[in-house]
Design a protein around this ligand. Structure first.
Ligand code: XMP
Length: 516
């Protein structure tokens, strides 16, 4: 892999994605990982990310110099670039002029990582510290008003650094720079693409599963659908899918699964109505992490119970079900604290929410992938567009969109409001512009309203339309006023008990996408 060393910036994930967009596989690691451990992963190249610290401050994160001596091509970006300069004996100091946002770079030498670059280019920067002097053996390739050394390289040792952020879209030639580093400087082939990922996963799954039986929980979302289709390609009829209705699904979910998935793939499906069971277990629970843990646990128990039926349907008497397929994605792993050194933001049910005594072995063919890669694989596998391009919906469903206790009435109410919002956004042609739009019921909040000359005392729902590239960061989406107006009127007219519709205009960070 190409290792992206995270120095505590939000940019690290973005860098990892850009590497993959250049068709090279990448993984994130924390800067605290010992260099020997990094090298043990046999990295083909290493990229040091930006970060909020200043290299010369006490306790500033750094990396052992060994990383620059291992013969592995290294690209330092922003803070990572300063770390490289500092560790190798260059001069790094507070900049005379800090540069934040759009910054023009003057290219002095259009070589190496800047091969083919125009003499001047716009970049996106964020630095108050500058490399004043490059370490010995390095050539300066570019400068800016505030940074005497804005890009440098030691081509003999394959070490490169830039002060700006090539990974953000505000640097128009950024992707080109990353691609130049990977392909020209590090000599890596561009072979990370949907069909290779599929081939690779199919042979891995075959080897692991053998002739055992496998089950896969479908949620109606794209991740579990693609995971199932992959496993099906690998082991065919040994796979049975289970669709669990936990009572917290959106309107029309089961029909969608039957229509867009089963009909398209011919995969065997068992439907289980476990809503009583889930809702019973969630009675009185309001704390978000507890809700998530209970739902995660119940899922597994329901699969375990469904086992006998699966075996019967599969005509595989005497064979136990050994494997459970999950559509876990890379961001789920990172955000659940599963990534190396990452903090637990919330327990995504398919990662942190699992009980410890599962009887199945997990198969997670998407565990190292981002959503756009999963969509590409889904398309390559021939899943219908309506399935592949569905907006994400969390496993715990509407349960984590009811702030307060989950009850059947509240679920019914939210289900209606959610369906209206989705319908209107689809009608307005916004499905592909919006990443997803949670509709959240603030069930314990009441406010006074007036409807048909009567006083009402109802709950508000929140619309949370967002745009995102991978759900790790998000911007709130500026829904057109007329769409907002229609949704608001329809929800308050059609959903008895909701008397206010409000808009969540917060990005991530600081908020997360879901409210719980
Ligand atoms: P947050 O709320 O963490 O959401 O910003 C990031 C993305 O993940 C989805 N999400 C989940 N997906 N199981 C899932 O499969 C979960 O437990 C879960 N929680 C959040 C969320 O909808 C968003 O797309």
């Amino acid at each position: 892999p190409v290792l992206v060393v995270d120095f505590g910036a939000q940019y690290a994930q973005l860098i990892a994605r850009r590497v993959r967009e250049a068709n090279v596989y990448s993984e994130l690691v924390p800067h605290s990982m010992p260099v020997d451990e990094m090298l043990a992963k046999d990295p083909k190249a290493i990229i040091l990310s930006g970060g909020p610290a200043s290299v010369y401050e006490e306790g500033a994160p750094s990396i052992d110099k060994k990383v620059f001596e291992a013969g592995v091509p290294v690209l330092g970006i922003c803070y990572g670039f300063q770390v490289m300069a500092h560790e190798l004996g260059g001069k790094v100091d507070k900049a005379a002029l800090g540069e934040y946002g759009k910054t023009e770079v003057m290219v002095d030498e259009a070589r190496g990582i800047l091969a083919g670059s125009p003499n001047e280019q716009d970049t996106w920067m964020s630095h108050g510290v500058a490399v004043e002097q490059a370490p010995e053996g390095f050539e300066v390739l570019a400068h800016t008003e505030g940074a005497p050394v804005a890009a440098m390289e030691d081509s003999a040792h394959k070490l490169y650094g830039v002060q700006w952020h090539p990974e953000v879209k505000h640097t128009p030639l950024g992707q080109e720079l990353i691609s130049t580093f990977l392909h020209r400087c590090a000599g890596l082939p561009d072979d990370w693409n949907a069909s290779n990922i599929i081939d690779d996963q199919v042979s891995r799954i075959r080897a692991e599963v053998g002739d055992a039986q496998v089950i896969c929980g479908l949620s109606g979302g794209v991740d579990s659908a693609v995971a199932a289709a992959l496993v099906h390609k690998a082991v065919g009829d040994q796979l049975t899918c289970v669709f669990i209705d936990h009572g917290m699904l959106r309107k029309g979910e089961a029909e969608q699964v039957r229509h867009d998935f089963v009909e398209a793939t011919g995969i065997r499906l068992i439907e289980v109505d476990a809503s009583e069971d889930f809702l019973e277990a969630l009675k009185g629970v309001t704390e978000p992490e507890r809700k998530r843990k209970i739902i995660g646990e119940k899922f597994i128990r329901t699969f375990e119970k469904a086992q006998r039926q699966v075996i019967k349907e599969a005509g595989a008497l005497g064979k136990e079900v050994k494997f459970l397929v999950q559509g876990t994605l890379y961001p789920d792993v990172v955000e659940s604290g599963g990534g190396d050194g990452a903090a637990n933001i919330k327990s995504h049910h398919n990662v942190g929410g699992l009980p410890s005594d599962i009887k199945f072995k997990l198969i997670e063919p998407l565990r190292s992938l981002f959503k756009d890669e999963v969509r590409a694989i889904g398309t390559e596998l021939g899943l219908p567009e309506a399935m592949v391009w569905r907006q994400p919906f969390p496993g715990p469903g509407l349960g984590i969109r009811i702030i307060g206790e989950i009850t059947r009435e509240r679920l019914d109410l939210l289900r209606e409001a959610d369906a209206i919002a989705r319908e209107e956004m689809t009608k307005a042609g916004l499905d592909r512009d919006i990443w997803q739009c949670p509709v959240v019921l603030l069930a314990d909040v009441h406010s006074v309203g007036v409807q048909g000359d009567e006083r009402t005392y109802g709950s508000p729902v929140v619309l949370r339309p967002i745009t995102s590239e991978d759900a790790m960061t998000a911007d709130w989406y500026h829904l057109p006023y007329d769409v907002l107006a229609t949704i608001s009127t329809r929800i308050t007219n059609e959903c008895r008990g909701i008397n206010r519709v409000v808009l969540d205009c917060t990005s991530k960070p600081p908020a997360t996408i879901e409210w719980e």
